[in-house]
Design a protein around this ligand. Structure first.
Ligand SMILES: Cc1cc2nc3c(=O)[nH]c(=O)nc-3n(C[C@H](O)[C@H](O)[C@H](O)COP(=O)(O)OP(=O)(O)OC[C@H]3O[C@@H](n4cnc5c(N)ncnc54)[C@H](O)[C@@H]3O)c2cc1C
Ligand code: SF4
Length: 284
């Protein structure tokens, strides 16, 4: 399907480990896969994002080499992020021979360009996971949303953009004084600002890649009526090539992922608005 790139296979499901699933953005496919690959020696580490405690609206990339670090990196960060920091650490870490990278479609596209020139990283990166992406926002979106809820960003220790369940999920704010605030996403100031597209970076306005077309494996949320109203999330998994497919099939066989074969219509149904927006940019 030309709107979302080459499609080899599509599944719906979740990470079999319930702790991973309940700790994730949706089905925990990415974190579950990374933990499985680390534990069976298929990778030595992964470049992932965690909340940036030096500037709470944002994420920052790290090289995760343990299950604990991967669990900490789960969930979505709804703010501009990077993968360069983690890639640089991985490049110069001699213990890293096989590396997984997780990123938004623009991150993976930039990574592919870097790999053409960087032989060291090229020899290390063995698999790329993409997060399908409608759009992202600048830190000002979070700062304004919190301010409208009476919170000064200077008093914030950490933000978790996806906490407490799958649908509806909340976002939560840990304050420096030890208190916490929770906001149910559908009623939140953050959702209003997110949906308004007010603080989109220019690159998002022009972006035409929804399905991380240059990743081996891409995931999105199964926002479908039949999967709503549950603490336990569901993801849609799409592979863009045979390498991605054989890895997902291996993870299913090892019971690390619990997935049912599906087809592209589930992506079209659950991501209609995002795909339409990106189609417009693709056709320009
Ligand atoms: C900005 C943004 C926009 C998105 N838009 C959509 C959308 O329109 N529709 C949709 O269905 N899904 C969207 N997603 C993807 C969705 O939120 C989930 O990340 C995806 O379904 C994977 O879920 P999971 O449970 O397998 O991931 P988890 O197991 O929770 O793992 C998530 C992984 O993504 C990494 N990560 C989180 N945030 C970022 C970030 N900002 N930059 C780089 N890496 C990050 C984490 O480090 C972790 O490795 C978006 C995600 C982001 C961050
Ligand atoms: S919309 Fe495009 S440019 Fe913006 S974060 Fe998503 S993939 Fe990157």
């Amino acid at each position: 399907m030309k709107d979302i790139g080459i499609i080899d296979r599509v599944w719906i499901g979740y990470a079999t480990d319930q702790k991973v699933r309940l700790n994730a953005a949706s089905g925990g496919i990415i974190t579950g896969s990374l933990i499985g690959l680390l534990e069976n020696g298929s990778i030595d580490g992964a470049v992932v994002n965690i909340p940036d405690l030096d500037f709470p609206p944002r994420g920052k990339s790290i090289l995760a080499k343990t299950k604990g670090e991967l669990m900490h990196s789960a969930k979505s960060i709804y703010c501009v992020t990077e993968i360069g920091r983690g890639l640089t650490i991985a490049k110069y870490d001699d213990s890293i021979k096989k590396l997984a990278v997780v990123g938004l479609p623009c991150h993976i596209s930039d990574l592919r360009k870097i790999l053409k020139k960087d032989a060291v990283l090229r020899s290390k990166v063995s698999i790329c996971f993409g997060l399908m992406c409608g759009h992202n926002v600048l830190p000002s979106a979070t700062i304004e949303a919190l301010s409208q809820s009476g919170i000064d960003i200077k008093d914030v220790q950490e933000i978790c953009y996806r906490s407490h369940g799958w649908y509806p999920f909340s976002y939560s704010v840990k304050m420096k004084d030890g208190s916490a605030r929770d906001f149910v996403w559908p009623n939140s100031t953050m959702k209003v600002i997110w949906d308004s597209l007010k603080y989109q970076p220019q690159r998002c306005i022009e972006c035409f890649d929804f399905a991380a077309e240059e990743a081996d494996i891409a995931c999105c949320d199964a926002w479908l009526d039949e999967y709503r109203g549950n603490m336990e999330g569901y993801s849609i998994v799409l592979t863009h090539n045979e390498k991605g497919t054989s890895l997902v099939e291996h993870l299913i066989e090892k019971e690390i992922l619990t997935l049912n074969l599906s087809d592209v219509s589930c992506i079209e149904r659950s991501q209609y608005t995002q795909i339409s927006h990106k189609r417009g940019n693709k056709n320009e």
